[in-house]
Design a protein around this ligand. Structure first.
Ligand SMILES: Nc1nc2c(ncn2[C@@H]2O[C@H](COP(=O)(O)OP(=O)(O)OP(=O)(O)O)[C@@H](O)[C@H]2O)c(=O)[nH]1
Ligand SMILES: Nc1nc2c(ncn2[C@@H]2O[C@H](COP(=O)(O)OP(=O)(O)OP(=O)(O)O)[C@@H](O)[C@H]2O)c(=O)[nH]1
Ligand SMILES: [Mg+2]
Ligand SMILES: [Mg+2]
Lengths: 275, 291
């Protein structure tokens, strides 16, 4: 994107391309750029740099930077959900590590009783973070693991309980029902409040909006985590999701190690989107 | 959907004669939007729409079709052609064992696809050996071993912590166990991770696979092109497996990857079970992309 002085047609087209290329979505991009051209004219923005600054500011404002950190509101039980492969288990491990380092007590629930070696994978993260994990054998009812985890949390009262769940497509009615049952059991049995966190992959395109809508309709989500922002994808789909559902982005994932979890900073995120 | 939108665009036409530039402009806008909504890369969309425009302007509106139907047919034909022929198959040189290597971004479905391929090959009369080349992800090797046990297909895990060495040893093991095809699962990696891309190239050089398959998640957005181009340059994969097509992602990434790298799409992953692998059908994918 040329940052030179001219706000000519080529500049506006290039800007549309940049935003579409960031997965913000063609229709949203047209609205955003139309409004921006209008602002640029009315405010007599002098050059491309000024326009991009203004845009980054507008985009950053879509995100609520004053949202309380739901991971720090302890004691709290957090269900970690999302479609297959987005980084849920890894994110649970990272959050557990962050909380443990901050001196908070953590309990993990190995709620993915379906996928091969899912329990083993979370075991390794639990060990790395130095936190206990509740589990059952592969094939057990995830509601049973949830029940066990919440029972233990009620007894030991950790600041943060994280329940990992199996990846599932939002289009599978059975699997979404299973997740609702997990949430229902957790809320029924838990003394601490139960929150739901959707983990989304930053490389996801427009289907991410459909995912977020369905998970939100099923569970009434409390927050999002956007992973794999260490790649080249900008995660613009989060703009569409937050515009529509108004959820806070609680953390971002920027790598595969325990330390690769960062707070979500709207200004930084918006800057990266406008390139 | 696109058909309905095009009907609206052409509502004023009398349905005979040729399509004018103005008629086509409005139609091209709708097609562009539909493809972007389906996650086709914006550069690929520009080229594609230019191609469709050429065919649409002056297109004879056939007596039996409405103008909207004429344009849709052009779009479907062009999409199907771009998505490639239906004959993309695994090709082995005849060297024993044959070697297949899977690569791709994190979480795309490689380990699952490795097992699915092994399952398919055994049904085709081969004796596959799975090789656990991911030494990084916690319990990745356990995952592949569990899948192997489920299928009753052997999995080689090696003693080394170097995936290049594991791949080499895996091929030797296949010879020793008289397995005739080796399927190497590798770790998910970012195309911008220099070290990991070099590792992938080194695994390739060490075992000279007959086929390298890039595994791409159907819900990937605009970034699919950047990643695929980089993998094509560094690893020169032969074909693509698109996964998670059992969901409702339109899958435009498939078109982008095919168009930009020229590599055929060989298989479609359509579920988590180990028999959920299908031959890729370009005509079905074209309809899906158009919504
Ligand atoms: N580069 C990068 N990779 C990540 C990030 N988060 C997770 N991953 C990787 O993504 C892959 C999938 O992570 P998982 O934690 O297994 O994902 P999941 O959502 O639990 O997957 P399922 O349980 O199978 O649905 C792994 O290779 C992780 O290391 C991230 O922020 N950056
Ligand atoms: N619904 C559906 N899920 C799939 C498909 N292919 C893989 N999965 C799921 O996607 C998730 C990730 O699959 P993996 O095979 O672990 O992915 P991977 O590419 O090996 O991941 P990394 O090794 O961490 O990069 C798992 O939950 C799989 O069950 C598919 O075609 N459909
Ligand atoms: Mg998981
Ligand atoms: Mg894997």
């Amino acid at each position: 994107l040329r940052k030179g002085p001219d706000l000519d047609d080529e500049f506006w087209e290039d800007l549309e391309d940049t935003l579409v290329g960031a997965d913000i979505g063609a229709t949203a991009v047209t609205e955003i750029v139309d409004r921006l051209r209008d602002s640029a004219a009315r405010q007599a923005l002098p050059d491309a740099a000024a326009v991009l600054d203004h845009l980054a500011g507008e985009l950053a404002r879509e995100f609520d930077s004053d949202a309380a950190d739901l991971l720090a509101e302890g004691p709290v039980v957090v269900l970690v959900v999302g479609v297959n492969g987005t980084g849920k288990t890894t994110t649970v491990g990272k959050i557990a590590t962050e909380a443990a380092r901050a001196g908070r007590s953590v309990l993990l629930g190995s709620g993915d009783t379906y996928r091969a070696a899912a329990v083993e994978q979370l075991d390794i993260w639990a060990e790395r973070a130095g936190v206990p994990v509740v589990r059952r054998e592969r094939g057990a009812d995830p509601a049973a693991v949830t029940f066990d985890t919440v029972k233990q949390a009620n007894e030991t009262r950790p600041d943060l309980t994280l329940i990992d769940t199996a990846g599932r497509l939002h289009t599978s009615a059975d699997l979404m029902r299973e997740l609702q049952k997990v949430q229902r059991i957790a809320k029924r049995e838990s003394d601490a409040p139960v929150r739901s966190l959707l983990v989304m992959d930053a490389t996801t395109g427009q289907n991410g909006l459909s995912q977020a809508r369905e998970f939100h309709a099923a569970l009434d989500l409390d927050g999002l985590v956007l992973t794999k922002l260490d790649g080249t994808a900008k995660g613009g789909i989060a703009v569409a999701v937050v515009r529509e559902l108004g959820l806070p982005i609680v953390r971002i994932g920027v790598g595969e190690s325990a330390d690769d979890l960062k707070p979500f900073v709207p200004d930084e995120f918006a800057r990266a989107l406008v390139g | 959907n696109l058909s309905q939108r095009l009907q609206t665009v052409f509502a004023g036409l009398t349905g005979k004669g040729r399509l004018s530039d103005a008629d086509v402009d409005a139609a091209m806008r709708e097609i562009r939007l539909a493809l972007l909504e389906a996650d086709v890369n914006f550069r690929v969309v520009k080229e594609f729409v230019a191609r469709v425009r050429e065919r649409a302007v002056g297109a004879d509106v056939a007596k039996s079709l409405t103008p909207g139907q004429t344009v849709i047919r052009i779009v479907l034909e062009e999409l199907t052609e771009l998505l490639g022929g239906t004959d993309a198959r695994l090709v082995f040189t005849g060297r024993i064992p044959g070697v297949v290597m899977l690569v791709g971004l994190q979480g795309s479905g490689k380990t699952t696809a490795s097992a699915k391929l092994a399952n398919l090959m055994r049904k085709q009369g081969k004796r596959p050996l799975l090789v656990a080349g991911d030494v990084y992800r916690p319990a990745a090797i356990d995952q592949l071993e569990a899948l192997g046990r489920e299928l009753d297909i052997p999995v080689y895990r090696g003693e080394s912590s170097d995936p290049v060495e594991i791949a080499r040893a895996g091929v030797k093991e296949a010879v020793a166990q008289m397995r005739d095809v080796v399927i190497i699962d590798t770790a998910g990696r970012l195309h911008v991770d220099e070290e990991m891309m070099t590792e992938a190239a080194r695994i390739k050089d060490a075992v000279r696979p007959d086929q390298i398959l890039m595994v791409v998640d159907a819900m990937t957005g605009q970034d699919a092109v950047t990643a695929a181009q980089a993998f094509s340059e560094r690893v020169d994969f032969d074909a693509v497996i698109v996964t998670k097509l059992d969901g409702d992602a339109r899958g435009g990434a498939a078109l982008s990857v095919k168009h930009v790298t020229g590599k055929p799409i060989m298989f479609a992953g359509v579920g988590e079970k180990l028999d959920a692998l299908e031959q890729f059908h370009p005509d079905r994918m074209a309809k899906r992309i158009l919504g």
